[in-house]
Ligand binder design. Structure first.
Ligand SMILES: [Zn+2]
Length: 166
């Protein structure tokens, strides 16, 4: 990995994670997330054959996921008080900072912003934030102030918001 990369994969609180190689101002683009766009059905199959791969998949739109195997997204960890978010911009997923990130900080996003009302997956959380919710659930179960804050920053993709109304 070249020193000019925005991120590196490093040891963090919970195994491996993404660590910033330099500072990012609030709202800055950190990196596009690369990977293979796959059907929801593929991900369901992986829950049986390769659950780790399935768990790493990131929702891409109403019925597809990004399989980030071998790319940054595979190591993007959850935090209940994240410093970044995964957003959908011009047909791709990008990692964007929500506040100042310093070189050496782990870059965390809130998995709930990518869990639609039709997603059933949940995860026990050990992120260490004082406001840790204990369990990661779909976005519409977020505490109201958190949901409002994320929405005001565009941190919840439209295709996720729409799962609550259809
Ligand atoms: Zn947490």
């Amino acid at each position: 990995m070249r020193a000019t990369e925005p991120l590196r994969i490093d040891r963090v609180r919970n195994g491996l994670g993404l660590v910033a190689n330099r500072a990012f101002a609030a709202g800055a683009l950190i990196t596009p997330l690369r990977g293979r766009v796959v059907s929801a059905r593929s991900v369901w199959r992986w829950w049986d054959s390769d659950p780790r791969r399935a768990a790493n998949c990131i929702r891409f739109d109403a019925d597809r996921y990004l399989d980030p195997s071998g790319a940054w997204g595979e190591f993007a960890n959850h935090g209940c008080r994240p410093n970044a978010a995964i957003m959908r911009e011009r047909g791709r997923l990008v990692l964007r900072s929500l506040r100042l990130i310093r070189a050496g900080d782990e870059v965390l996003h809130d998995y709930s912003t990518l869990l639609g009302a039709d997603d059933v997956w949940t995860m026990r959380c050990n992120c260490g934030a004082r406001a840790c919710r204990g369990r990661v659930r779909r976005f519409d179960r977020l505490p109201e102030p958190t949901l409002r804050r994320y929405r005001s920053r565009g941190a919840i993709p439209g295709f996720i918001l729409r799962t609550a109304t259809r």
